[in-house]
Design a protein. Structure first.
Length: 205
């Protein structure tokens, strides 16, 4: 129901961590169930990832989906991505081209000492997509809202590439929430801050 509500107000919607895995049988494929559920829209889906040696245990991780109104489909093409953490979609509108990069970043360890090789590989592929998309307009959706070495690496990458955070530029016109999750247990309420649903960036402003 929440997804349906979001689609009422969104021409393009990016989802990270849907956890839906694919299978060979289209009838029982969870990704195809998603397509059938939202048949008034078209979409590209990256299934949740699971290592071959863990196929029968636990849930997959990640999973991306970029969903758009069917009226936009004639403008849409898929960009090839090597990483299961990235999904590139190109919208070639008559007025100009927009590339949407949907991202599922590695988990932030919240420490200064960590192996950043996977993160750097993701950033390198984002750079490749930007440099080879033949457009000056890029919209990147992801889930970053902390102030750690991990997020500072990403922020420095954005600064170097001339990317601009929409959240920062719009903070005088939108209300930034103090928390993003509210739960109740035993008659008491608990609030917590989970990653903000998305960070939008644009190139070539």
């Amino acid at each position: 129901m929440q997804l349906l509500n979001l689609l009422l107000f969104s021409n393009i919607l990016c989802i990270q961590e849907h956890f839906l895995q694919d299978c060979g049988d289209k009838k029982y494929s969870n990704t195809n169930k998603l397509r059938r559920k939202y048949s008034n829209h078209d979409m590209y889906i990256v299934p949740a990832y699971k290592k071959d040696n863990r196929v029968c245990r636990g849930r997959g991780k990640g999973g991306l989906a970029t969903i758009w109104e069917k009226g936009l489909t004639k403008y849409v093409s898929k960009l090839k991505c090597k990483s299961f953490r990235l999904q590139g979609t190109k919208f070639s509108f008559p007025s100009g081209t927009l590339v949407v990069i949907n991202t599922y970043f590695p988990c932030d360890p919240r420490t200064n000492e960590f192996d950043d090789s996977e993160l750097m590989n993701v950033l390198a592929e984002i750079q490749y997509l930007i440099e080879n998309s033949n457009t000056s307009s890029v919209l990147l959706a992801g889930d970053l809202n902390r102030n750690t070495r991990f997020t500072n690496i990403v922020k420095n990458f954005f600064d170097e590439k001339g990317l601009q955070v929409f959240w920062d530029t719009l903070n005088d016109r939108i209300e930034v929430p103090d928390y993003t999750h509210l739960s109740s247990s035993g008659g008491s309420l608990a609030i917590s801050t989970i990653d903000l649903s998305c960070v939008f960036l644009i190139l070539g402003t």
